[in-house]
Design a protein. Sequence first.
Length: 155
Amino acid sequence: MQIMQVWQRLLIRLGLRAEVAERSPIRVFLLDDDPRRHEWFKSRFHGDTLDIAETVEQAKQLLSENDYDAIFLDHDLLPHHYESNDHNDYENTGYAIAEFLDKNPGLQRAATIIVHTRNADAAIPMVQKLRESGRHVEYVPFPMLNVKIKHYWRK
């Protein structure tokens, strides 16, 4: 057994083998109404616990009942949000969850939060609201999300 460990260390030092550390499973929360994205996240976090909410009410319940390592928030949750920015129903968007977490500072303090909406105009106020309560949050447009996930939560 010890000879194998020495051999593995030698291969790593010579650059002939990559050093890979296994990570423990994590608990992930996703707020998104798109079933295709649900599948995408399931494939990225295979082996981890993934809780999915499609509505603001589902999200509030899950975020109140569980502790998460990673939280992914979409902004546009209803079909009409995809067609126009001319709407005034923030209580049905990811912004409502940003406000909810801001008003409940004891919830999800250790989680890394990523706003992954394609709607950049809506993402910035979400990030600002979450940062007001001292949370670690950033905006990552969905097309760039795969790279960010690999960087943060490499398996």
